[in-house]
Design a protein around this ligand. Sequence first.
Ligand SMILES: [Zn+2]
Length: 427
Amino acid sequence: MGETEQAAARVASEGTPGRSVSVNGRAYAWPAQPTVVVCFDGCDPAYVAAARAAGVVPTLERMCREGFSALALAAMPTFTNPNNVSIVCGVPPAVHGVSGNFYLDRATGADVMMVDATPMRAPTLLAAFSQAGAKVVAVTAKDKLRKALGHGLAGIAFSAEKADAARADENGISDLAALVGRGAPDQYSADLSLYVLDAGIRLLETRRPDLSYLSLSDYVQHKHAPDAPEALAFMQAVDDRLARILALGARLGIVADHGMSDMAAADGTPNVIYLGDRLDALFGAGATRVICPITDPFVRHHGALGGFVRVHLQQPNVEPEAVLDAIRQMPGIALAAARAEACLRFDLPEDREGDIAVIAGKGIALGAHARDHDLSQLSGARLRSHGGLEEQVVPFILSHPLKADRAGRLQLRNYDVFSVLLNDVAA
Ligand SMILES: [Zn+2]
């Protein structure tokens, strides 16, 4: 859309309060005030509970008291990319196609790492609002997620990771150091998330966007348990920024993309089932291939170990039922399901699913082969990760209460947050 068309769409949107934007089969009311959604990466409900108990999150307390607080389900598998894409599309992975950071293309047999919007099959509501003339901002921690979430967005979209390289033609903004008051943060730091929030606040102050999506990093949650001093300090620092967002007159919604679980044994060593090694021993090397969809270039804090993996059968003489039965008999496995069942249960796209989806039990991580996972990068810390059913329940906290007639309607998904915030809260 050219600038003239955008201007025309903007004019058409003014003075039409009943106007809404429809995306992926859902209608969203035009923002009545600046509307901000924070995707609090890895914010298991336990972090909110510990921070509330410690008295360090007065803004979250106020939102729970005066607004709305519930638990919601994240999309499966409980990884960052599928859930961020679900939230900005308002639909599950079966519709938008992103069910992992990394997958095996069933048609070509090639490994695919998600590095941009290529795997996405649905438009985002951010793009749709921007094309209808709304001022839209998307700020992410990592740049590959910005490339996906910013697809089609005629507005401002940048990452904290690459903030220093933001350009007007690519990101809709430049010279972020002057705006935010500091340069791009270390990608392995709590400041990666705080920078996202600080940038969102400065944009609210200076440009007053209609719609903002601020997506944080789970660096702190991977490293620290909810009651650790570092986690509480981070919650407090986030809470300070939420207060500033509310003081600027925004309508605010907070969800997480997934929770976070301790996956270490009593002695501190990672509690891992190396499914690739187990299946090689049972069916022969090369009979199966285990894909870890948590795999991304930022493996330092989880070693590519999570609660969900996909098994692809590689040889025609391997019986799917035999492999499924063998996995189900392994202690520590919560669920193993053939592709059709996995897609049915979890709203997943069939062409990107493995032959068997495998979910670990509580406190257990799944890997491929031990040799593929570099645990030295954990630097002796306990493994904390996500991906399975244990990390599916997440907070859903709004600054405003629901309209009276909506309060009973509660089967929430994290990807309902824009819909509820725009359509269902009492202004
Ligand atoms: Zn995440």
